[in-house]
Design a protein around this ligand. Structure first.
Ligand code: CO
Length: 427
């Protein structure tokens, strides 16, 4: 197949993913791109004025950005792109320094739905944030092969190919040296990297990432392989759409809601179950002089696209899909349906996204679970239930979801960005 666009979008996605090993970094990478497009950061603790232009708010690993077009009124409806910044991974426990039979190790906690086998024999770095005595946070990233969770040799596990059983506690701790546990060793290394005094760091949220760079793959390089495609592809596409909206007229206020903690159910102060999005939208209406009536009118006319990765049909397991709903890479965004509301999509939502695809000249596909298979979910139903705003679930199809290294089509991230740009500005 031939690619219908240059690689500037996917190349930029690769640098976005590389710069975003943790949700905190993803937010910083998004903010950097938004700043470049003229957006400015607002603090939740400040009072906001209602002039037109782009603004964003950061809370931990979440970011809400919105663009008020020239001439927008207080009741102008929102067009929201929702996504999530977090990915399943291994995270550092509060007392990290441990050891076993002469090996120095780090104690880890499993975050979200991790296929643990995919984390074996990867060269891992550490990233996240440290919180200082004065309450400020510093981002930290050691993007080097520092640690590794070694797989047991086949000679010592002859039945491994009949099914690998990994214990989440005993088999997940990476090695990073020889000798006994030295209390404070890991944090000293992190402090050094953060250019901070060890004793000034009072708290931290640290996690591991595969240091292997994303790459193009396939006979015609039609695939992109990388960590965290779920869901940085969608965050990046949403940022692209908001940046593109600044140059366009729009009957809407385009919004990007990039939440943290989707992979663990979204119930946190920065997750999709939090009041964060609603509060920001309310304040945006109030800042433009809006009343409660204006707020209700704006919400009633609003619409949300929940953008998250979805499953392409797997060539070795085609029976896991419904036979008539088998998305493939590079076939355009996938609209996800589940009548039991694991996805928020309904027919009216499909019409909105299909119209946006038409305007963007982009094909689209649909996904519904095989009835015998459990269905995943997304921030879509949560956002719809929390805000009362109709929502449609859409995503780029890929293989190996939640693996330490996932795969999607090279074209799809760009196609999604085109459709989201149309969605937030027109129709
Ligand atoms: Co996801």
């Amino acid at each position: 197949m031939t690619l219908t666009h240059d690689r500037s979008h996917s190349d930029d996605l690769i640098s976005f993913i590389r710069a975003s090993p943790s949700p905190y970094h993803a937010v910083a990478s998004a903010a950097q791109r938004l700043e470049k497009a003229g957006f400015r950061e607002l603090a939740e603790t400040d009072s906001w004025s209602g002039e037109s232009g782009g603004c964003y708010v950061v809370r931990g690993g979440a970011l809400i950005a919105w663009y008020v077009p020239e001439g927008a009124s207080a009741h102008t409806p929102f067009r929201i792109v929702g996504a999530h910044t977090d990915s399943p991974n291994l995270r550092v426990k509060p007392s990290p320094d441990t050891s076993s039979v002469g090996w120095r190790q780090v104690a880890v906690e499993v975050y979200g739905g991790v296929p643990l086998n995919t984390w074996l024999d990867r060269d891992l770095g550490i990233s996240g944030r440290v919180t200082m005595r004065d309450g400020t946070n510093r981002l930290v990233c050691i993007d080097l092969p520092l640690l590794r969770v070694p797989q047991l040799a086949i000679h010592l596990d002859r039945t491994v190919n009949e099914g690998l059983a990994l214990d989440r506690q005993r088999h997940t701790a990476p090695i990073w040296g020889l000798g006994g546990a030295e209390q404070g060793a890991l944090l000293s290394r992190v402090a050094e990297e953060a250019d901070a005094d060890f004793y000034e760091i009072l708290g931290w949220d640290l996690m591991f990432h595969d240091v292997q760079a994303p790459a193009y793959l396939g006979a015609d390089e039609e695939f992109l392989v990388s960590s965290r495609l779920d869901n940085l592809v969608s965050v990046h596409a949403g940022v692209t759409a908001l940046a593109a909206a600044t140059g366009r007229e729009s009957a809407y206020v385009p919004v990007l809601a990039a939440f943290d903690h989707e992979e663990v159910g979204s119930a946190s102060e920065s997750g999709a179950q939090s009041p964060l999005l609603e509060r920001v939208l309310n304040r945006s209406v109030a800042a433009r002089g809006g009343t409660q009536e204006d707020r209700e009118r704006a919400f009633a006319g609003s619409f949300c696209v929940s953008a998250d990765m979805t499953h392409a049909v797997h060539p070795n397991y085609p029976e896991r899909h419904d036979q008539d709903h088998r998305p493939l890479p590079n076939g355009g965004p996938v609209v996800k349906v589940n009548v039991n509301q694991r996805y928020a999509t309904d027919g009216q939502g499909i019409a909105v996204i299909a119209a946006a695809c038409e305007r963007a000249g982009t094909p689209w596909q649909s996904f519904v679970s095989n009835n015998a298979m459990p269905c995943g979910t997304s921030i879509g139903p949560l956002t719809a239930a929390r805000t009362g705003i109709p929502t449609v679930d859409v995503g780029v199809p890929g293989l190996s979801m939640h693996s330490a290294r996932e795969l999607c089509g090279t074209q799809d991230p760009w196609l999604l960005a085109q459709v989201l740009t149309e969605f937030v500005t027109a129709g």
